[in-house]
Each structure stands twice: as structure tokens, then as C-alpha cells.
Design a protein around this ligand. Structure first.
Ligand SMILES: *Cc1c(COP(=O)(O)O)cnc(C)c1O
Length: 414
């Protein structure tokens, strides 16, 4: 069967990059500056830290790597416990699969799909070291409750902000709401650094230094200078004693080996321009969300996403759900939308039910809200700035027609 051509595709098609990004690239390539670990990266990181309100921003090659490095900083030990949301992209939790720990999956609030603070609290034990959560679809999680709880128990919180650049939370921004914050600049995200890129932000000076080492092939370790001789070789010259020449220094405490996660200068140059356009790109997503919301609000069986007063979502995703027990068959609704040429994908399969996590003893029934939402109730609609006005109109009209059909119970026989 040939792949269906959708009138409204779910993933962004085509690039949101334009003339300003191209001219930043031309300027860089035409210069004699380095293409790796140079001034563009430093400038991008500084601007980013300032924007989100954190002391440090350390860029990486992807959001996945940002999360891997952030988890390394936790120095988890055998028997430690981490509380994690099951409703996020798998990259949020994949780094935990390498750790000698127990993961406790909290449940989610069915209205927001974010980690539910009461559920998180019920899982705290004397061994809890960290909480990993996401701002689902760009709507910030209940960070006041979660950070209060974490501070009370001395727990580190990592926020996955891959959806939440452009969001705000009572005057602050994701990226400064937790102890460590991770971003993605993948082509589908709210800004992109030429397709791939990531960032970790933190207020902690020591963590920032360790991140700097981890992403640039250095060891995350403590060192002291060696004696100036090894065997009969003397280190006579000053350049040999430079700390960059690791053999002149002895490692006293090795935590982790590093990797090369250098964001290229080309990517960073584009990132700087994209930051200038963040408000426009966010407004485009929010404009689409507004038009979809206007349709949904006419149907009492649809649960429409809401922003609490003082909280702004970037609308990286647009997710609504059918009211519990309203009798509408979600799967048939989705099939109807697809038949109309609107591509729908469900974001995200509850992670505790992935084979990797089931192999670690996790089972159906562990997170009832997350399971009910994904299996029965939630719908994710296309919502990205590469949709044309015509496509958004087509989406809104198809949605309305399909909801009318659902309300009448007139399902096409398949
Ligand atoms: C995209 C995404 C990631 C991973 O980012 P990459 O840059 O694609 O590696 C992590 N978490 C969430 C929630 C994401 O949406």
C-alpha cells in the first residue's frame, strides 16, 4: 500500500529557516573563524542562559545527549531511586536504563499529562535521589509543588524542557525552574540549530564545570599536578605542564568519562538567529492552538487544554481528550481524521510499558491515568509553524466535521 499523502501532516514538513539564518551561515563560512567550539557557541549559550534565567547554559549535540550528561551528574549508586514521569518521549528516561537504580513511575494529571505532585510525593523514600519530569507539550508542570517537595527531601529535579522553550511559569521560564534543565533543538522543536542540538542549563557552578568537561572529551574527575618527572622523563617546558596535557596530571577521583558533544559553530550561528525568532515561532503555534480550541469548545465531551492564570504554554504539541465515559470511541475518531487527510500520532506511549522497562519489572496498572489517556482518551493534533493558513483551516474544518460525526454516533463502517 503506498504511503498516504496527508493534506495536514503531523510532523513539521519543510524548514522554518530562512534568509536571516542563511546569511548568518554565509558570514561564518566566509570568515576564517573555527567551525568548532568557537565564538558562536559561546554567544548562543550566553544568550540562552539570559533568556531562560539561569547562570549557565552548556550546549550539546542533541537533547538526548543533554539528558545523558545531566543524569551523569547525579552520580547514582546501587540502590538509589529515581521518580520519573511515564508520559514523555523515551529519551527523557533512556539514560536511567544504564544506571544501577530503581525507577519509580509516578502517575500523571489527566488534564495536563504532567507528573502529578501527589503521586510523586507518595513515591518518595529515603533512597530517592532525583525526580525526572517533562513539561508535556510545553505546558509547565506544577513546579512549585514539586520543587517544594524536592527541597524538603534533598532531591535533585531534572526538567526536560524539550517542548517548553517559549513557555513561561508565573514570570519565570522553564530552564530555571529545576536544578538541571535539558533542551532539544531538533528540527521538530520550538527552535532548531540546523536540525540537531541540545542544551543543559543550571545555576550550579560545579555542575557547569563538570558538564564542560563531559562534553569535550575530558574526564569528569578531580586532578592534582603530577611530579614533574615520569621515569627519566622530565617535564621541562611550560607547555607540557598545561592541564590540557592530561598526562601531567594525576586523577584522584574519576567520576565519568567524557564524550564529544560539541555543538558546531554552524548550528550555534543558526541558533542565535532562531532565538531572535522564538516569539514569532511561539505565536504561530499558539495561533493554531487558538483556532483548534475554538472548535473543540463547542463540543461538551471534549476536554480542552487550559493554561492556569500566569502560566503560558509554547504549544509544542496540541493535545485534547474525550471526557471519561462520554461514549466516544477515540480510535474510530482518529481513523476518521486520518481518512480525511489529517495525520494524527499519539504522543507518547506510556514508557513503563516499553519492553526495556517491562524487563525491569514494570507492568500495566502501575500508572492508571497515563494508561487510560494513551489507550482510550487522548488525541494529538498537528500544531507547528510550517502549517499554512490553508492547512490550519482544513484541520479546523475536518476536526469539526469529525466531532459532529462522533457526537451523532454515526461512525463509518470500516
Ligand atoms: C525531542 C525530545 C527529546 C530528545 O531530543 P533530541 O534532540 O531529539 O535528542 C527529549 N525529550 C523530549 C520530551 C523530546 O521531545
Amino acid at each position: 500500500m503506498p504511503a498516504q499523502e496527508f493534506t495536514v501532516p503531523y510532523p513539521a514538513r519543510g524548514s522554518v529557516l530562512g534568509a536571516p539564518e542563511l546569511s548568518a551561515l554565509a558570514e561564518l563560512v566566509g570568515s576564517s573563524r573555527t567551525l568548532s567550539a568557537g565564538g558562536c557557541r559561546a554567544a548562543f549559550e550566553q544568550r540562552f542562559a539570559k533568556l531562560v534565567g539561569s547562570r549557565h547554559a552548556v550546549s550539546t549535540t542533541s537533547g538526548t545527549v543533554a539528558l545523558e550528561l545531566a543524569v551523569k551528574l547525579l552520580d547514582l549508586e546501587v540502590g538509589d531511586e529515581v521518580i520519573a514521569t511515564p508520559q514523555t518521549y523515551r529519551a527523557t528516561l533512556d539514560p536511567l536504563l544504564d544506571q544501577p537504580i530503581t525507577v519509580r513511575f509516578c502517575d500523571i494529571d489527566p488534564l495536563t499529562l504532567n507528573a502529578e505532585p501527589g503521586s510523586v510525593e507518595s513515591l518518595v523514600s529515603g533512597r530517592t535521589r532525583a525526580i525526572l519530569l517533562v513539561h508535556y507539550g510545553g505546558l509547565p508542570a506544577d513546579m512549585d509543588s514539586i520543587m517544594r517537595l524536592a527541597r524538603r527531601h534533598g532531591i535533585t529535579v531534572i526538567e526536560d524542557c524539550a517542548h517548553a522553550l517559549g513557555s513561561s511559569y508565573y514570570g519565570r521560564r522553564p530552564g530555571s525552574l529545576a536544578n538541571l534543565s535539558c533542551f532539544s533543538f531538533h528540527t521538530s522543536k520550538n527552535i532548531t540549530t540546523l536540525g540537531e542540538g541540545g542544551m543543559v542549563t543550571t545555576d550550579d557552578d560545579t555542575w557547569a564545570e563538570r558538564l564542560e568537561r563531559l562534553r569535550s572529551n575530558a574526564s569528569d574527575a578531580e586532578f592534582r599536578p603530577r611530579k614533574q618527572r615520569i621515569g627519566d622523563r622530565a617535564f621541562a617546558s611550560a607547555w607540557m605542564l598545561h592541564p590540557g596535557n592530561a598526562y601531567t596530571h594525576a586523577c584522584t577521583r574519576l567520576r565519568h568519562h567524557g564524550t564529544n558533544a560539541t555543538l558546531s559553530e554552524a548550528a550555534a550561528a543558526v541558533g542565535i538567529v532562531q532565538l531572535d525568532r522564538l516569539d514569532t515561532l511561539t505565536a504561530a503555534r499558539r495561533g493554531i492552538a487558538e483556532r483548534i480550541g475554538a472548535v473543540l469548545r463547542r463540543f461538551p465531551f471534549a476536554v480542552v487544554p487550559q493554561e492556569p492564570e500566569g502560566v503560558v504554554s509554547s504549544h509544542h504539541l496540541y493535545t485534547f481528550s474525550f471526557k471519561e465515559g462520554c461514549g466516544i470511541d477515540r480510535d474510530r475518531f482518529v481513523e476518521g481524521m486520518i481518512a480525511r487527510g489529517v495525520e494524527l500520532q499519539l504522543r507518547y506511549f506510556p514508557l513503563h510499558l516499553l519492553p526495556e522497562w517491562q524487563a525491569r519489572g514494570h507492568r500495566e496498572g502501575e500508572c492508571p491515568n497515563a494508561e487510560r489517556m494513551w489507550f482510550d482518551r487522548q488525541v494529538n493534533l498537528p500544531c507547528h509553524p510550517s502549517l499554512s493558513d490553508r492547512q490550519v483551516t482544513y484541520l479546523a474544518n475536518s476536526l469539526e466535521a469529525q466531532l459532529v460525526e462522533a457526537a451523532a454516533g454515526r461512525w463509518a463502517v470500516v
